[in-house]
Design a protein around this ligand. Structure first.
Ligand code: GLN
Length: 549
């Protein structure tokens, strides 16, 4: 039977519960334990798949096709093991299950209530991953902030589980904020005291308090928090702001978070933390030898979380190349034929991001054209790949009104078209082509050089696809479909062999990049950007003379 750690949050949202949960998990994993993390979100959407990226950032997709919270991305990047549908549960999903059961008559005439029916369903799901012998420890992150009305049933479920389980099988880590008042030059503990009080009034007392802070916590302050919040002084952990999220596990190690957890859970005989790979990654990250500037062309660039996995993939690939990757966000709506050279002239590589709908697509197409004509390393993901296909159709094949039927239903050249299986689907939630699918790669192509394999598996989230009716036209004109789904023939990868680095993928490679296993396309893309940057330095181009900020 697995042991359970619950991570709650107090004072404000955005304190980085996901990173603390992932860091603790990493430390426990590094000591030889099998750990997974799950997230329980209090909102009523059945999953985040229907949410606009402006709401909660990127939608992360698992191998088994679940559309999930972006924190699952952190869990995978830290732990280097895949998550699944079971790792993300929302209030919506809980209610959906209970209401469906009620309709089936499963409650035998009883009144269906939050307690016990909703809380029982929450508990059932909280324990689910602990059922098989795969894990020693299940960490559960509760979304939201303690005190919110909507998170009450989750906290109540934790209270009941704590009561039901032996003391050594279950514990609660509470993350709070210790604000620094600049005028008073003081760190303040009161909000933490109040949030622990709030949690206690809901019946749950934390075993460990992790304090997010901008300034170091003195021992005195830790003692004060311990006394007023009724935990041992060593159970007050400082989580000081770090330059990189990947430093947090080492900071937590220094603070002894893992040891206090192991003690509480009565886990003995654990190994010393094996973090050599992690440390060497951090060294490379901190001391890069070169730098490249990559343009990220998207329509949600105001919100960093919208492209979380792409940005993290650059961090992994940059470290692998011992190269600092500076990402320059370029709003696709602002790009046009007149300003494209000025906007993209300082870049060493161009990534056109995934997306949905019409807004900003013409800017993306113009950017692709610039990269194609200027030998600028190009990497298109999902919609980005589709834009590369449209650009090629319009400007190389000469089909001026080529388009995706997502953007223009009546186009004469629907080079990107709705997948056959999607044509009768009207419901939105969970209905795209989702999750892992195999892709067969042609030998002798850029894709083969990158993956060094003829059969790969990557994750998907889309409805439209390359229209195979035009495949020979594209091949003849110099755009090669180098990867296809072995069963359906659906084009997964396109490239332009004449270009030094031009690749577009229908899937989302960014969802599988981890610290210990950086995604190979990103690694090769940064390598190509380094080559481009070196060459560019010797070519006189007035546009490149000013430093990129
Ligand atoms: N809108 C496109 C489609 O559904 C691309 C989706 C994406 O970029 N994830 O096919």
């Amino acid at each position: 039977m697995a042991k359970f750690i619950f991570v709650t949050g107090g004072v404000t949202s955005s304190l980085g519960k996901g990173i603390i949960a992932a860091s603790l998990a990493k430390l426990l994993q590094s000591r030889g334990l099998k750990v997974t993390i799950q997230k329980f979100d209090p909102y009523i959407n059945v999953d985040p798949g229907t949410l606009n990226p402006y709401e909660h950032g990127e939608c992360f997709v698992t191998d088994d096709g679940a559309e999930t919270d972006l924190d699952l991305g952190h869990y995978e990047r830290f732990l280097n093991i895949p998550t699944s549908q079971a790792n993300n549960v929302t209030t919506g999903r809980i209610y959906q299950t209970v209401i469906n059961k009620e309709r089936e008559g499963a409650y035998l005439g009883k009144t269906v209530q939050v307690i016990p029916h909703i809380t029982d369903e929450i508990k059932r799901r909280m324990l689910l991953l602990g059922k098989d012998a795969k894990y020693d420890i299940i960490i559960t992150e509760l979304g939201g902030t303690v005190g919110d009305i909507e998170s009450l049933p989750f906290v109540e479920a934790v209270r009941q589980l704590q009561w039901e389980m032996p003391d050594e099988d279950c514990m609660v880590v509470h993350l709070t904020l210790i604000p620094y008042l600049r005028a008073a030059k003081e760190l303040k503990t009161k909000p933490t005291q109040h949030s622990v009080k709030m949690l206690s009034s809901e019946g749950v007392h934390p075993d460990v308090i992790v304090c997010r802070t901008e300034e170091p916590l003195s021992n005195e302050l830790k003692k004060k928090i311990a006394l007023f919040c009724n935990v041992k002084p060593e159970a007050v952990i400082e989580a000081i702001d770090a330059a990189s999220i990947y430093e947090v596990p080492l900071k937590m190690l220094q603070e002894g978070l893992d040891v206090i957890v192991l003690k509480k859970l009565q886990i003995n005989g654990y190994a010393a933390p094996a973090l050599d790979k992690w440390r060497s990654f951090l060294d490379k990250l901190k001391y890069p030898k070169t730098k490249v500037t990559i343009g990220l062309i998207g329509k949600y660039i105001e919100l960093q979380d919208a492209y979380k996995s792409i940005l993290e993939s650059f961090v992994h690939a940059g470290a692998m190349n011992e190269c600092k990757v500076q990402v320059l966000d370029v709003h696709s709506e602002t790009i046009n034929e007149e300003n494209v050279a000025e906007k993209l002239g300082k870049l060493d590589g161009l990534l056109v991001a995934p997306g949905f709908g019409n807004r900003g697509v013409e800017g993306k197409i113009t950017a692709v054209k610039y990269a194609r004509l200027n030998n600028l390393p190009f990497f298109g993901i999902c919609l980005g790949m589709q834009m590369a296909v449209i650009e090629f159709a319009r400007n190389v094949l000469g089909w001026k009104d080529a388009n995706s039927t997502e953007m223009e239903k009546g186009t004469n050249y629907p080079v990107i078209d709705l997948m056959e299986a999607q044509k009768d689907i009207t419901a939105k939630g969970g209905t795209m082509r989702l999750g892992a699918y195999p892709c067969e790669i042609k030998k002798g192509t850029l894709a083969y050089t990158i993956y060094n394999n003829t059969l790969i598996s990557e994750r998907h989230r889309h409805r439209w696809e390359f229209n195979n009716k035009y495949i020979t036209d594209f091949e003849k004109a110099g755009m090669l479909p180098s990867g296809k789904n072995p069963g359906t023939g659906l084009v997964e990868i396109i490239e332009i062999p004449e270009h030094p680095f031009f690749i577009g993928v229908q899937y989302h490679p960014e969802l599988k990049s981890t610290v210990e296993s950086p995604q190979p396309i990103f690694v090769h893309f940064i390598k190509a950007a380094k080559v481009f940057a070196d060459k560019r330095d010797v070519i006189k181009n007035p546009l490149l003379e000013t430093e990129v900020i």
